[in-house]
Design a protein around this ligand. Structure first.
Ligand code: AVJ
Length: 326
């Protein structure tokens, strides 16, 4: 890009596609088939996710935004942050609430989005440097499970907020969740803070409706992972051969999404020379989305060597934004 305020580093190469191939080879030859949720998000998947965020049943996005709108000024005052690092930034829709608060406090220097979706990071960088004169954008195209080390060092000696919003942390099962939190903690200087969005445990019908909407958008989003595998790895999953399943596992306190084969199904993954057989009714787990309690967030932070310094929820306690210090 020609804009002097924008730098974009790219760290996704064939390694990314190899990542999908490895995940398919590993996940779809197990006794219980599984694909990691990060492969939902090609361009169509990002669009479907944006549509999900507008659904009446899907409360997390608007709830988190409302908390941010109410608390952003306090969070910025409390942290004194001049820089926002956002992991899994997507279209940076909620980011503006934080950037506005930083700009209003006269501190905003730089925004560092890290995301796998290159076109989305590029487009939001171009829009944001227009909207926030004087702010720099240093985008990192990468996967926050692998490229945290590529985040540029702070531009000034001032504090940063490292944000992981939307409840994305819930996609990680407890062990990897704590490892990821520990790795993020290692990025933080003494004055930096992690800002973490977590969906909270609420009643099962509301939770399940959020992941199984009337309009069927989440079902399309779920099947999109098969579309990605078909395209990227020359596979022949029949998209209409799978039902969307979403349920709240009360023991683990997480939502699980699965794809259930409607009929016996034999799939060839051309790029891997791999044949996958599914029995009628057999399921592929495509996502877990953990819901939290205050105690669980506290426990995860503690296990990751972090200290909880702030806790903000909506009035109905459906979602929490917490702050943590190294
Ligand atoms: C982007 C991981 C936060 O778990 O709520 C939305 C993804 N899956 N509907 C979530 C998702 C189904 C979302 N996160």
């Amino acid at each position: 890009t020609a804009d002097p305020e924008i730098v974009i580093d790219r760290h996704l190469d064939e390694a990314h596609e190899r990542g999908l191939a490895d995940d398919v080879l590993d996940g779809l030859t197990r006794p219980f088939k599984e694909l990691p949720p990060k492969h939902f998000y090609d361009e169509r998947g990002c669009e479907l996710f944006d549509q999900i965020c507008e659904l009446p049943e899907y409360y997390p996005t608007r709830t988190e935004r409302a908390i941010l709108e109410a608390e952003a000024a306090a969070i910025v005052a409390e942290t004194g942050a001049a820089e926002l690092v956002e992991l899994g930034s997507g279209t940076a829709a909620k980011t503006r609430v934080l950037l506005d608060a930083m700009a209003a406090a006269g501190r905003l220097r730089r925004y560092v989005p890290l995301d796998v979706a290159e076109t989305v990071v590029q487009a939001s960088a171009e829009a944001l440097v227009e909207e926030y004169p004087g702010m720099q954008v240093h985008g990192v195209i990468g996967d926050f499970e692998r490229h945290l080390g590529r985040i540029p060092p702070p531009v000034s000696g001032e504090p940063r907020i490292v944000a992981l919003l939307g409840g994305t942390i819930g996609n990680f099962p407890p062990g990897s969740r704590r490892r990821l939190l520990r790795e993020i903690g290692e990025l933080l200087g003494p004055e930096d803070r992690l800002l973490l969005g977590t969906g909270l445990v609420i009643d099962t019908p509301t939770l399940e409706a959020a992941y199984d909407d009337e309009a069927g958008v989440t079902a399309e989003f779920n099947r999109n992972v098969l579309r990605v595998v078909n395209r990227e790895l020359d596979a022949d999953f029949p998209l209409d051969g799978f039902d969307h399943i979403a349920f709240f596992d009360t023991r683990h306190e997480w939502i699980e999404m699965r794809l259930r084969a409607r009929r016996p199904c034999s799939v060839l993954v051309g790029a891997l020379g791999l044949r996958i057989e599914l029995a009628a009714g057999e399921e592929i787990r495509t996502e877990i989305s953990a819901k939290f309690t205050h105690a669980r967030v506290l426990g995860d932070y503690e296990a990751a060597g972090l200290r909880l310094t702030g806790w903000h929820t909506d009035a109905d306690e459906r979602f929490a934004l917490s702050l943590a210090a190294p």
